[in-house]
Design a protein around this ligand. Structure first.
Ligand code: PLP
Length: 383
């Protein structure tokens, strides 16, 4: 299918206002998400509480379906939560660490992932070291995971380097020892296709903020149907109850589906924005997005290399998602100066993160590379 990228770009008016290469932090707002949130506000005004039954609950169901479609799952395997951390809390509160006390993460994972388990004294949280600044070797997971391991909890795409981990191999390693594979896919879903069934993932958590262009306040959690019955969250609430509207304070009976992890009232405005974002991703197709984003990154990498910048990216382009890390001595100053020139990228210790997405164009790569060259200067860059 050929995609009219210029037409999709017009869906994001913010791109006309500045050079925006920072989807790794926050995806652009589409006209569709803005209209969807306005619909939510209109319904609130016009219907008050009736909006729940007439519209909002249906919107939430459709949002679960839309996410399920994107990752090759079913609607009953998807829960909606306000952020990745609460999704993690729900899952980790379901695990019985008295039988299996070990959790295996790695140092390139986003800290919220390790923090969850570090907060539990009964958990032995193993944080694997990176083989190089880019990635953690699969063999390191292989040797760390044993019969005491409850879960491998790691990212598919590292926020630090854009490296795509081999989740199929990780699932095999986990399952061989009777452990679960939990994937923090906040930096992956949308920009790099995934089929959770084919990959053998047990739990996948993602969110609206970045590559799913749905804004803050919404996270999506997939839990494989065959794992759900054994997972009873201690972090829970009335939305997890099988008979929510019985209002029975004496008994807790979990829902049979993934909604047992939802706990409380969803953030409906965020759901409206989030669903619109998911629709766009599904309409374009994650495969097409991956191709487009890879082409933009390849173009960016060659422009940066031609100017002598040092990059922290995987050798194999197949392993690189849409994040290009440029090493820099003073990323704070650089990003501030770029912002003064109306160019938005992101910083991390010792690096500037540039993340073109499908709605960007090659000309924007040239704008950022030229600006970097001017700001950093020949001498510093090659030192
Ligand atoms: C990989 C990854 N996981 C998790 C988070 C944050 O999760 P939360 O929704 O809890 O803020 C981020 C934020 O940048 C991230 O990049």
């Amino acid at each position: 299918m050929s995609v009219d990228w210029a037409a999709w770009r017009r869906e994001f008016p913010g791109l006309e206002m500045r050079t925006y290469l920072n989807t790794v932090s926050l995806g652009q707002l589409s006209r569709r998400s803005r209209a969807a949130v306005n619909t939510f506000l209109d319904l609130w005004t016009e219907l008050g509480a009736s909006a729940w039954y007439a519209h909002w609950l249906e919107e939430i169901t459709e949002t679960r379906k839309e996410f399920a479609r994107l990752i090759g799952a079913s609607e009953d395997e998807v829960a909606i939560l306000p952020n990745v951390s609460s999704a993690l809390a729900a899952i980790s509160s379901s695990l019985d660490f008295s039988r299996r006390s070990k959790v295996v993460c790695c140092e390139l994972d986003f800290p919220t992932l390790t923090h969850h388990f570090l907060a539990r004294p009964e958990v032995e949280t193993v944080i694997l070291e990176a083989a190089d600044p880019m990635h953690v070797a699969i063999e390191a997971f292989q040797s760390a995971v044993d019969s005491k391991t409850a879960v491998i909890a790691t990212s598919r795409v590292y926020y630090t380097t854009g490296y795509i981990q081999d989740v199929v191999a990780l699932a095999e390693i986990a399952h061989k020892q009777g452990a679960l594979l939990l994937v923090d896919d906040y930096q992956g879903t949308g920009q790099v296709p995934i089929n959770v069934k084919e990959a053998g993932v047990d739990v996948l958590i993602s969110g609206g903020l970045k590559w799913l262009i749905g804004g803050p306040g919404i996270a999506y959690m997939y839990v494989s149907r065959d794992r759900i019955p054994a997972l009873e969250p201690h972090v829970t609430g009335w939305f997890s109850h099988a008979r929510q509207f019985d209002f029975d304070p004496f008994q807790l009976e979990y829902r049979a589906d993934a909604r047992r992890f939802e706990a409380g009232t969803p953030s409906v405005a965020a759901v409206y924005a989030g669903r619109a974002g998911l629709q766009i991703i599904n309409e374009i197709g994650s495969g097409n997005i991956r191709q487009r984003t890879a082409a933009l990154n390849t173009d960016l990498v060659s422009r940066l290399r031609a100017r002598g910048f040092r990059l922290r990216i995987p050798e194999d382009p197949e392993r690189q998602a849409g994040i290009t890390i440029v090493e820099a001595d003073d990323p704070m100053r650089i990003t501030r100066t770029l912002a003064e020139r109306n160019i938005v990228v992101d910083k991390r210790p010792g690096a500037v993160r540039i993340s073109p997405y499908f709605y960007n164009v090659e000309e924007e790569n040239e704008i950022i590379v030229e600006a970097l060259e001017e700001i950093v200067g020949e001498r510093k860059r090659l030192s």
